[in-house]
Design a binder for this molecule. Structure first.
Ligand SMILES: Cc1cc2nc3c(=O)[nH]c(=O)nc-3n(C[C@H](O)[C@H](O)[C@H](O)COP(=O)(O)OP(=O)(O)OC[C@H]3O[C@@H](n4cnc5c(N)ncnc54)[C@H](O)[C@@H]3O)c2cc1C
Ligand code: SF4
Length: 333
């Protein structure tokens, strides 16, 4: 256990003014470097002395990473755009209310003012054994403290456990998957874009990471196509408290309904696996259907197929079922 709060170990701080300089620094320092955005997740790690990077690359001086701009029939949001800016942008509110609502549900106004969209999707899991410095699988050890007969695992996963049973904590991630966003990543070799759904990874792929980002990678922007602009949206987050709390389960859906019939649907759920899950089987079951009570009920039941609860999180199965059902039935955003 390495918990010594408030005394941050020293590191070398760089504050580049351009993406090119930031990428060069990340390439030079590789695994020793840590990307600092709003610091809402990063500073906790540093103060708890659980993560001790030798080099910190602070993105706060890079203007090109900020802002929301129209791009073709969609939008591009710079990775350093704050969650408050995303939640209050008239462009996002009018065309992608799903994302505005998800951003508004993150933590508190203070955290949303400082926390960025890029940081929100790149943040680490909140499993408290791991955050407390326990040497679990995810931390490079040989056990999972959350998956023992006496472990507290009320907040942990229902799906895709593979040694680790931690969950993805981001509220904006399911909304970005439902909106078919693409994540723009730069490194010394160039630029690539990754669909939101593939940006997040589970422990089977790599137990030490929650996203495809590797040392040297910088998330520069998130692009949302016009496909779902103005669609019928639903976002709901259930947490133990209204503020300062991560989702137990959240759901984001986008549907195009024409002539009373669902033409296209996207649904993603967070808080139930190490990555936000897109529910393809549910989406398929909705196509061509009229949004009715029976269709919503079937969607909820399909969503939880294969769920494997732990000792203390059986309630999440019913919660997830009902949230998916409500997403099909309602228009909450
Ligand atoms: C008390 C509290 C409650 C919270 N509640 C919620 C909640 O309800 N819902 C929710 O979704 N979140 C919640 N959060 C998390 C918070 O929203 C995120 O920690 C925050 O958005 C992270 O953003 P940041 O800009 O501060 O990133 P940082 O903390 O600076 O970075 C987070 C991680 O992302 C990496 N990173 C950041 N930007 C980039 C980039 N551009 N390229 C590559 N890597 C990058 C960093 O290296 C770091 O690993 C809460 C946090 C706190 C402290
Ligand atoms: S759930 Fe994952 S992060 Fe938490 S103790 Fe187990 S291995 Fe570690």
């Amino acid at each position: 256990m390495a918990m010594i709060q408030d005394m941050m170990p020293t590191f070398e701080l760089f504050q580049p003014a351009s993406v090119a300089d930031a990428v060069a620094l990340l390439a030079k320092h590789g695994k020793d470097a840590w990307v600092l955005a709003g610091g809402m997740d990063s500073l906790d790690w540093f103060k708890d002395r659980v993560k001790r990077p030798r080099v910190v690359v602070d993105l706060s001086q890079i203007k090109e990473l900020r802002g929301i701009r129209q791009q073709g029939d969609g939008v591009e949001i710079g990775a350093m755009t704050t969650l408050t800016e995303v939640a209050t942008s008239s462009l996002i509110q009018s065309r992608y209310a799903l994302l505005a609502q998800a951003a508004r549900k993150v933590a508190t106004p203070q955290i949303r003012h400082q926390g960025t969209l890029g940081g929100n999707v790149a943040q680490d899991t909140r499993c408290w054994y791991y955050r407390g410095g326990m040497p679990c699988y995810r931390a490079g050890g040989n056990t999972c403290y959350a998956d023992t007969p006496t472990a507290m695992n009320r907040e942990h996963c229902l799906f895709e456990a593979d040694r680790c049973v931690a969950v993805s904590p981001s509220d904006t991630a399911p909304a970005l998957i439902a909106l078919d966003a693409r994540f723009v990543i730069r490194n010394a070799k160039g630029e690539r874009t990754v669909p939101a759904e593939e940006f997040f990874i589970g422990p089977k792929t790599d137990i030490t990471r929650m996203t495809v980002l590797r040392p040297g990678d910088l998330l520069t922007a998130i692009r949302i196509p016009g496909t779902w602009a103005g669609a019928r949206f639903y976002f709901e987050k259930v947490a133990d408290r209204e503020a300062w709390d991560f989702p137990l389960v959240n759901v984001a859906s986008a549907m195009i309904v024409d002539g009373g019939v669902i033409k296209q649907a996207r649904i993603a759920v967070g808080g139930v696996a190490a990555r936000p899950l897109r529910l393809k089987a549910v989406e398929d079951s909705l196509k061509g259907e009229k949004p009715s009570e029976d269709v919503a009920d079937l969607a909820g039941r399909t969503a939880i197929w294969g769920a494997k609860p732990l000792n203390y999180n059986h309630f999440k199965v019913l919660l997830m079922k009902n949230l998916v059902k409500r997403a099909v039935r309602g228009v909450k955003v």
